[in-house]
Design a protein around this ligand. Structure first.
Ligand SMILES: Nc1ncnc2c1ncn2[C@@H]1O[C@H](COP(=O)(O)OP(=O)(O)O)[C@@H](O)[C@H]1O
Ligand SMILES: [Mg+2]
Length: 222
């Protein structure tokens, strides 16, 4: 049996919209096993980012069960969520979300410092594969979009997280840079044994993942 990384059972989530509730997720069941790579598609505004935010602990569920790393996460305190994010999770957004006063290497090291870990061969492999070894002292705001997203991937994978959540990671990149980022992300998550859940509007990007989920009207279809 492969390990269950994330499991949602009958999860519902809505937001108050004036005086009525806008139901975004409606009794969603899903499970992510170690080694899964999943493309999450669906029309804009259907709740794809909300689902990722729930798994990352940035949004709370209204009802149902959320299991992360074999624990019931709905009951976690803030400190347990921080610990999970720091140790088990990598996140890559459409906006690169790097720490702009810092240079490339300090952005990547930041995660290791949070985890009391030292730079290892894996760090060297990441920056080499991602083609950023020559720019590690550059402030991140001086880099191109493609370069920034490669730094964001290094930062997301430096601690070999169990799970990578990627929300339209190529959304701000041109076709060629986007394809390069996808290929690197796939190779490196495989090397790190990291499970991937990626939101994308791109058929090409979805094609890089082994499975596909479609979210529409509160329900997920495989
Ligand atoms: N924090 C929030 N407060 C109120 N409404 C929200 C919030 N986050 C998302 N929504 C609403 O939930 C719906 C789904 O949003 P989102 O998850 O961002 O969709 P997607 O990522 O699929 O485009 C949208 O109608 C959005 O306006
Ligand atoms: Mg979104």
């Amino acid at each position: 049996m492969t390990a269950v990384i994330t499991q949602l059972s009958q999860v519902s989530k809505g937001f108050n919209d004036g005086d009525r509730l806008h139901q975004v997720l409606n009794c969603v069941d899903l499970s992510l096993h170690r080694g899964d790579t999943i493309a999450l598609t669906g029309p804009s505004g259907t709740g794809k980012s909300t689902l990722l935010n729930i798994i990352a602990g940035f949004e709370k569920i209204d009802s149902g069960q959320l299991q992360l790393m074999n624990q019931q996460a709905a009951q976690w305190q803030d400190s347990q969520w921080s610990q999970f994010r720091r140790a088990q999770l990598g996140i890559v957004f459409q906006q690169f979300n790097l720490l702009t006063p810092l240079n490339v290497i300090d952005n990547i090291r930041f995660v290791l410092q949070l985890n009391n870990q030292k730079w290892s061969d894996w760090g060297d492999e990441l920056i080499t594969q991602l083609g950023i070894s020559d720019i590690i002292t550059r402030p991140v705001e001086t880099l191109s979009g493609g370069q920034q997203q490669r730094v964001a991937i290094a930062r997301a994978l430096i601690h070999k997280p169990a799970l990578l959540l990627a929300d339209e990671p190529t959304g701000n990149l041109d076709e060629a840079a986007g394809q390069q980022v996808m290929e690197l992300m796939c190779q490196l998550t495989m090397a790190a044994n990291t499970t991937v859940l990626m939101v994308t509007h791109s058929e090409t990007c979805a094609g890089y993942m082994k499975r596909r989920w479609h979210l529409e009207k509160g329900h997920i279809h495989e």
